[in-house]
Design a protein around this ligand. Structure first.
Ligand code: BG6
Length: 522
C-alpha cells in the first residue's frame, strides 16, 4: 500500500455500514457486575454512536446492589470512558446515550421480584414503542435457571405482539449434568430460536475469519487434513491474573473457564467440514459433528494427556506479582488450576491420528491467542543441512498461524532460497495483519454479538447440543482430575511459560522432537 489515509475511528467504521438492530427493551440481569460495566455498556454505546441502535431501544439494568438510575448511569459512564472497547468516547454522545439507561433493584432469586419487573417494563414501554424483549442473563450459572423460571411465571417468556429472546452468558452450567438441567429448564419455556448462548470468542473478527480463510480460498482446503497436517496447536495465553474474580475462579478453574468453551470452539472451527451454507444451523451442525468426534478420555489417558498448573509469585515485566493463592477470595491451599493443557484427538476421516494440543493459562509470559497448524515435513529432506542460521537448525515444515489476538492476522511460514552462491533454505513468514490491511480490527466481540441478538441472527451463538457436546468432553477430565493426585501447586511462576510438564505433553509423549509449543517469552 503506498499511502494511508488517516481518519478517526468512528468515521472508519461508518465506511462499512453495519445493519441496524430491531427495536427492543434490553433487560440485563447482573447489571452491577463486571461484564456489564466493562463490555456490555461500552459495546451498546458504540452501537449507538455508529447508528446501529434502533431509535426505539432502552436498557433496564437489574441487580441486587442498591442504586438509582442516575447512579447507574454515572458508574457506567466512568467505565465506558476508561474502556478501550468504547471507540472515541465523547461526552455529548454519552449524554444522549445514557438517557436510554435505567436501573431496577431486585433479587432475581426471589419469586416475588418478577411481577414487579413486569410492571416496571410496562412503565418503560409507555415511552418506547417496541413490543420486543431481550433478556441478558449475566449472572453465575446457578442463578440462570431461577431467572428463566421467574420470567416464565410472570409470562415474560413470550410476547403476543413482538419477539422475546434470552441471552445466556457463559459458563453454561458447570458440567454435563448441570448444563443438561439448565437446557431442560430453558426449553420448558423458550424455543431454541429464542435462545442465544454467548461464547464471546465467536464474536471476534479473527475467529469469524477462520471460516472465511478455510472456505473462501481453494488453496488450503485440499491440504487441510491428516495427510498433510502433523499437529495443531491452540493457545490462549493471558498475562492477567484472576484480578477481582477470585471467588468465581475458585469455583471454575482454567479448564471450565476457557477450554470448555472458547478453546473447543477454536478447535471446532479449525476442524469442521464445510457447511452447506453460512447459516446458523449449517455452521453449528458441522461444529457439533467435530465436538462429538473428540475422543473421550479415560482416567489413565487424562493422567497422560493433560497438564494442569497454578501460578506462584513472579515477575511480570518489571512488576512483582503475587501467586494465585495470595489473590483476594482465593484459599491459601487452593488446588484450582490457572493453567490447563490437553491433547485432543478428533476421531474422523479427516483428522484421524492428528493431535490437537490446547493450552491456556493466566499470568503467562505474553498475551497470545492463536491457532498454529503445523504441516508435515516434505517426504524428502532435499535441503537438510543447508540452513545458514547460527543455531545450525534446519528449516522447519510449513506452519499457518491464525492470530486471534493481539496483532490480529495470519502468517504462513515457508522455506525460500537464501540469496547467495549456496543452495540454502531459510524459513520466512508471509504475514497478513488486520491493522496494516484495514487500519482497524473491526468491532469488539460483544458489539457484534449484541447486534446479532437484536437481529435474531444466531450463527455466532452456541446451540443446545453444542454446549452439551462440549461438557461431554470436559466433564470426564474434571472427574479424573478429582481422582488423580493433585500436582504440587504452585508449579509455574507468574510471567513464565507455564508448567514444564506441558512441554513433555507435546514432544516426549509423542516421541516427536519437532513438536514444541511456540514460546511465549522473547
Ligand atoms: C472470559 C474468561 O470468558 O474470557 C476470562 O472468563 C478470560 O477468564 C476472558 O480472561 C478472555 O477473553 P479475551 O476476549 O480477553 O481474550
Amino acid at each position: 500500500m503506498s499511502a494511508v489515509i488517516e481518519v478517526n475511528p468512528l468515521e472508519q467504521f461508518s465506511l462499512e455500514p453495519l445493519p441496524m438492530g430491531e427495536s427492543c427493551l434490553l433487560v440485563i440481569f447482573g447489571a452491577s457486575g463486571d461484564l456489564t460495566r466493562r463490555k456490555l455498556i461500552p459495546s451498546l454505546y458504540n452501537l449507538a454512536c455508529v447508528g446501529c441502535m434502533n431509535p426505539q431501544f432502552e436498557v433496564l439494568g437489574v441487580g441486587r446492589t442498591q442504586m438509582s438510575s442516575e447512579e447507574f448511569r454515572a458508574k457506567m459512564r466512568e467505565s465506558a470512558a476508561e474502556s478501550s472497547d468504547a471507540r472515541d468516547f465523547n461526552e455529548a454522545h454519552w449524554k444522549e446515550f445514557e438517557q436510554r439507561l435505567h436501573y431496577f433493584v431486585g433479587d432475581p432469586g426471589d419469586e416475588s421480584f418478577y411481577p414487579t419487573l413486569k410492571e416496571r417494563l410496562g412503565e418503560i414501554r409507555k415511552s418506547v414503542a417496541t413490543p420486543n424483549h431481550l433478556f441478558y442473563v449475566s449472572t453465575p450459572a446457578s442463578v440462570a435457571g431461577p431467572i428463566v423460571e421467574g420470567l416464565a411465571r410472570a409470562g415474560l417468556n413470550r410476547s403476543e405482539e413482538g419477539w422475546t429472546r434470552i441471552i445466556l452468558e457463559k459458563p453454561f452450567g458447570r458440567d454435563l449434568e448441570s448444563a443438561k438441567k439448565l437446557n431442560e429448564v430453558v426449553h420448558r419455556w423458550f424455543d431454541e430460536e429464542q435462545v442465544f448462548r454467548i461464547d464471546h470468542y465467536l464474536g471476534k473478527e479473527t475467529v469469524q475469519n477462520i471460516l472465511v480463510f478455510r472456505f473462501g480460498n481453494s488453496l488450503f482446503e485440499p491440504v487441510w487434513n491428516r495427510n498433510y497436517i502433523d499437529h495443531v496447536e491452540i493457545t490462549a495465553a493471558e498475562t492477567v491474573g484472576v484480578e477481582s474474580r477470585g471467588a468465581f475462579y475458585e469455583e471454575t478453574g482454567a479448564l471450565r473457564d476457557m477450554v470448555a468453551n472458547h478453546l473447543l470452539q477454536l478447535l471446532a472451527l479449525t476442524a469442521m467440514e464445510p457447511p452447506i451454507a453460512f447459516d446458523a444451523d449449517a455452521v453449528r451442525g458441522q461444529k457439533v459433528q467435530v465436538l462429538k468426534s473428540i475422543r473421550p478420555m479415560t482416567v489413565d489417558q487424562v493422567a497422560k494427556r493433560t497438564v494442569r498448573g497454578q501460578y506462584g509469585p513472579g515477575e511480570m515485566g518489571v512488576k512483582r506479582v503475587p501467586g494465585y493463592r495470595e489473590e483476594r477470595d482465593v484459599k491459601k491451599d487452593s488446588t484450582t488450576e490457572t493453567y490447563a493443557a490437553v491433547e485432543f484427538y478428533v476421531d474422523n476421516w479427516r483428522w484421524a491420528g492428528v493431535p490437537f494440543f490446547i493450552r491456556t493459562g493466566k499470568r503467562l509470559a505474553r498475551q497470545a491467542s492463536e491457532i498454529r497448524v503445523h504441516f508435515k515435513p516434505t517426504p524428502q529432506a532435499l535441503f537438510a543441512g543447508t540452513s545458514s542460521d547460527q543455531t545450525g537448525s534446519q528449516p522447519g515444515p510449513n506452519v499457518i498461524t491464525m492470530r486471534i489476538q493481539p496483532d490480529d492476522g495470519i502468517s504462513i511460514a515457508f522455506d525460500v532460497k537464501q540469496p547467495g552462491g549456496h543452495m540454502r533454505a531459510l524459513s520466512v513468514d508471509a504475514n497478513f495483519s488486520y491493522d496494516t490491511a484495514f487500519g482497524h480490527k473491526g468491532p469488539p466481540a460483544y458489539e457484534t454479538l449484541l447486534l446479532d441478538s437484536m437481529r435474531g441472527e444466531a450463527t455466532l451463538f452456541t446451540r443446545r447440543d453444542e454446549v452439551e457436546a462440549e461438557w461431554r468432553i470436559i466433564t470426564p477430565i474434571e472427574e479424573a482430575w478429582a481422582q488423580l493426585p493433585t500436582p504440587k501447586f504452585p508449579n509455574y511462576a507468574a510471567g513464565s511459560e507455564g508448567p514444564v510438564e506441558a512441554d513433555a505433553l507435546v514432544s516426549a509423549g509423542n516421541a516427536a522432537e519437532h513438536r514444541v509449543w511456540r514460546r511465549l517469552a522473547g
